[in-house]
Design a protein around this ligand. Structure first.
Ligand SMILES: NC(=O)c1ccc[n+]([C@@H]2O[C@H](COP(=O)([O-])OP(=O)(O)OC[C@H]3O[C@@H](n4cnc5c(N)ncnc54)[C@H](OP(=O)(O)O)[C@@H]3O)[C@@H](O)[C@H]2O)c1
Length: 316
């Protein structure tokens, strides 16, 4: 125990960080112990992590001093931002800068930064095929993360840039599950035409991150993309139909229709799906399934994920 190295995990009570915390704790003879960072050490989720054996410490990514304390003495740090909590790419940039600087000051030896593409490298702001949002972004919740990659490099933090994928849990929590159309028929609605979308069980992100940490310095300075499967909307619908025992079709809408749905973030997500549709090869190609499985041998396919989660998918 004494000679184990500490991994500090931001977002430890959430999806990505939680997966990493559980992966570290599950490997009892592994090289790491885990320090779970939370804004509230007394919350039920924080207490549950402590009960599992995690060190639980207070930290807030909006407070760099708290991050320095949370990273002090740690070998590794898992860094993630929470766009959907505030919808501000500028806030994500400031938070990424704070994490990068705190990691550097604490002499953390390996940072994993949970990032996504800066889609403006593919669709410049001047390109009108999708609307520019918030003045200077195409996909705000992607672009700021991609832009923030440079902040980790500039800070001198030894970093792996982890490109994550669409969580299949969005079918449960994010309002993307099957819904009844005007004729009462269940369908999932996505604006990706017949293209494939890289997706994964959110818990597998942390397991892949664990695989990266266990490989020592191999991935430092590199970008690695992960996914459980690359699936078309039609394939997702057929798998849902089989798993749930109900006919569920795929409703392919144009991105402009998706953008007009009016829920918070609809334009951002409409652009994101359009980006994944129009740059399918680059988007899927950056998230290799064999690499993901090598990092995390228990990587779930969609069918496996469905077998364990089908009862949690709301059918509206
Ligand atoms: N949904 C998707 O398909 C998808 C796919 C790829 C990437 N992403 C990205 O994933 C990111 C979110 O990660 P996640 O899904 O793991 O988040 P999550 O499950 O929503 O977890 C958020 C956790 O982070 C903590 N947190 C929130 N604000 C914090 C702050 N200011 N300082 C410290 N901790 C804070 C909270 O814990 P406490 O309350 O305990 O502090 C919370 O439990 C987003 O930026 C999103 O763009 C999402």
């Amino acid at each position: 125990m004494a000679d184990k190295k500490i991994i500090s995990v931001i977002g430890a009570t959430g999806a990505q960080g939680g997966g990493l915390v559980r992966a570290i704790l599950a490997d009892e003879n592994g090289p790491f112990t885990v320090r779970a960072v939370t804004r509230d050490v007394k919350s039920d989720k924080a207490r549950a992590l402590a009960a599992l054996g995690a060190e639980v410490v207070a930290g807030d990514i909006d407070d760099i001093e708290s991050l320095e304390r949370a990273f002090a003495g740690a070998h590794g740090a898992y860094c993630v931002t929470f766009f959907w909590a505030h919808f501000s790419p500028e806030k994500e940039l400031a938070e990424a800068r704070a994490m990068a600087q705190a990691a550097r000051r604490a002499r953390v030896q390996h940072v994993i930064w949970s990032t996504l593409e800066d889609t403006r490298k593919f669709v410049p702001v001047s390109d009108n095929r999708m609307p520019t949002l918030m003045g200077k972004y195409k996909v705000p919740h992607f672009d700021a993360k991609g832009e923030a990659d440079a902040l980790f490099t500039e800070a001198g933090a030894p970093t792996t840039f982890l490109l994550t994928s669409f969580y299949w849990e969005n079918l449960i929590y994010f309002g993307m599950g099957p819904k009844k159309d005007a004729n009462g028929k269940l369908a999932i609605t996505l604006p990706i035409g017949d293209k494939k979308l890289p997706g994964m069980a959110s818990d597998d992100i942390g397991k892949c991150a664990y695989g990266i940490f266990t490989r020592g310095g191999e991935y430092i300075g590199r970008t690695v993309g992960i996914a459980g499967e690359h699936l078309t909307g039609a394939r997702m619908a057929s798998a849902l139909s089989t798993s749930l025992g109900k006919e569920i079709s795929y409703n392919a809408v144009p991105p402009e229709v998706y953008r007009s749905f009016g829920f918070p973030g609809a334009e951002d997500l409409g652009n994101m799906f359009q980006f994944s549709r129009d740059f399918e090869q680059a988007f899927c190609g950056a998230r290799k399934l064999d690499v993901s499985r090598a990092l995390n041998p228990s990587l779930q396919t969609f069918d496996v994920w469905l077998s364990q989660n089908k009862d949690r998918i709301p059918l509206e």
